[in-house]
Ligand binder design. Structure first.
Ligand code: NAP
Length: 524
């Protein structure tokens, strides 16, 4: 069994004191030990600020983009090893593993391209300049420059590769060094990825540090130039926001938290039609991909009352064909949950939701996984619940069960009613509308938009092109209001704003434009 270490201050540091044991969730075989006792977090932040920040800020966007490209290339060179590790350490099928690992590489490559496009500049010019007085000589121009702090990234257990890379790509391109802290339970994959980057010396000293194990006092040492980007439960996000160091220093915090994502089927969608099958495919994928441990997974399916039974039966037929078990076995289509704690939470959550309706498929009962040692593994069946038409179903609209669980919610078929029901989720990452009727789609989308970071329009025209609502694309924003944490990440160049300080330059036009690098071919 290996012992994971943190990479701080430009060196590997073993954690002292009690260590957690990380296991294969399908077999419960021990894989690694991890802990962060004794790791000097204050010194880690200082090193990143003193070494990594200046090195990155001295580079142009194109040069920082080249670093991201080198990161992507390094992971591609180790792709099979990383996929294998994702299967054994995360309970992922090979397809789930690709979703995480290839998603990481793809996002890094996408931001590398953005960096290339931004060229020799080292900061961003924000919008057009403005004349401020009677004469055009008195001029204003906004620019956005890299902050002189550290980007502290705290990630959830479900995407140890993508979660690490999507945050790091944006911060590094902005010119801000990163300390990444994966969830302890799945940190073995992030640890290996950082190890690869260190072995290949891909990044300048201090640009990327890794804290493996509990967060400890890391956030007590953040200062006014630092930022914290967190992905995980709403409960932990609330604790982070309330920390004295965060409040006192006005530290920017981005929270990506829970979400009760919905799929709305329009009344125009006939059973058996192309759009019907498209919706079924997306719902099935979201329920079972990564055993439903995906923040963007569809949790609520709104379907017109008259066809709800048919949709349920079609979905149940597909769920029946799903083999749950050890993903090392090639016949397995859905792996276990990531940890024993997750299994316990999901079981409790299913019981809570079941109080609102009834189970149409599956249950929270213990399940033997195909190809797993008897009595071992954190397996659960996919669970489809259904509520009665018009039922208030309070738990369904307020409690996120982070597993292969979704609920059918019959509705009247009216756009306003659908939007009202979805909004009971109090803010989400993404919801989708499956309909070929532009008037219905438009009404639902405008009703959903204030409550979401992204709305997915499922029409047959994109069925062959789109990976579905559950996939976060680097070009589009990821985040959402309310329950989803109120954060926003990615969105192409938009994502850089979190790491940059916008500043208005106000003065004589030639001076302002020279500093902003607008005239005379000056590099910024
Ligand atoms: P979690 O328990 O909140 O943990 C998330 C991260 O926070 C882990 O790295 C954890 O470290 C760390 N942490 C725990 N206590 C902390 C504290 N007091 N201060 C600072 N950091 C602390 O969440 P999770 O169980 O890993 O993830 C599941 C949740 O994440 C679900 O609710 C899901 O909806 C949400 N999620 C959201 C998104 C999104 O993009 N919106 C994506 C994925 C998941 P340790 O592991 O060392 O405890």
């Amino acid at each position: 069994m290996i012992t994971l270490r943190s990479f701080v201050g430009g060196a590997w540091a073993a954690g002292a004191g009690p260590l957690d044991t990380l296991v294969n969730p399908a077999t419960e075989e021990g894989l690694a030990r991890a802990g962060s006792g004794g790791v000097d977090r204050a010194a880690a932040l200082d090193f990143a600020r003193a070494k990594g920040g200046p090195a990155l800020r001295a580079m142009s966007f194109a040069e920082r983009g080249a670093l991201l490209k080198a990161m992507a290339d390094a992971f591609t060179a180790h792709r099979n090893e990383l996929l294998d590790l994702s299967v054994t350490s995360g309970g992922n099928t090979r397809s789930d593993a690709k979703f995480d690992v290839d998603g990481a590489t793809f996002t890094l490559a996408a931001y590398a391209e953005i960096g290339k496009g931004l060229g020799e500049a080292r900061f961003l010019v924000d919008g057009e300049g403005v004349t401020l007085g009677r004469s055009p000589r008195f001029h204003g121009q906004h620019v956005a420059v890299p902050r002189h702090g550290v980007a502290v990234h705290i990630n959830a257990f479900n995407f140890p590769a993508w979660g690490f890379a999507e945050k790091a790509a944006v911060a590094l391109l902005a010119g801000v060094p990163v300390i990444t802290k994966p969830a302890t339970s799945s940190s073995i994959l992030t640890h290996r990825m950082v190890e690869i980057l260190v072995e290949k010396q891909v990044l300048p000293a201090g640009a990327l540090s890794l804290l493996v194990g509990g967060v400890g006092d890391l956030l007590e040492h953040v200062g006014p130039q630092d930022v914290v980007a967190f992905t995980g439960s709403g409960e932990t996000g609330t604790k982070i926001r309330a920390l004295g160091s965060i409040i006192r220093n006005s530290v920017r915090v981005n929270v990506e938290a829970d979400s009760l994502n919905a799929a709305v089927l329009g009344p125009d969608v006939e059973p058996g039609s192309e759009t019907w099958h498209y919706a079924l495919k997306d719902v099935l994928r979201d329920m079972t991909q990564k055993a439903g441990q995906k923040c963007t997974a569809i949790r609520r399916i709104l379907i017109q009352g008259g066809v709800a039974v048919r949709f349920r039966d079609d979905l149940v037929d597909r769920l029946k064909a799903m083999t749950v078990g050890n993903p090392a076995d090639e016949s397995v289509r859905m792996g276990p949950l990531a940890t024993a704690g997750q299994l316990q939470d999901v079981r409790g959550g299913v019981e809570k939701l079941a109080a609102d309706g009834r189970a149409a498929f599956g249950s929270a009962a213990p399940l033997a996984g195909a190809g797993a040692p008897p009595g071992k593994g954190f397996f659960i069946s996919p669970v489809l619940l259904e509520v009665a038409p018009g039922a208030a179903a309070p738990a369904v609209h307020t409690h996120e069960v982070f597993g292969p669980v979704a609920t059918l919610v019959p509705y009247s078929g009216e756009a306003g009613a659908a939007a009202e029901i979805v909004a009971r989720g109090s803010g989400g990452l993404v919801s989708s509308v499956y309909s070929e009727d532009p008037a219905f789609t438009s009404d639902v989308v405008l009703g959903l938009a204030p409550y979401h970071g992204r709305v997915f329009l499922g029409t047959a025209k994109i069925a062959e092109l789109s990976p579905g609502p559950g996939t976060v694309l680097p070009q589009l924003v990821h985040g959402g209001p309310g329950r989803a944490g109120g954060g926003e990440e990615l969105g192409g160049i938009r994502g850089l704003a979190f790491y940059l300080q916008r500043v208005a330059l106000e003065g004589a036009k030639p001076m302002v434009e020279r500093i902003a690098g607008i005239k005379g071919g000056e590099t910024r």
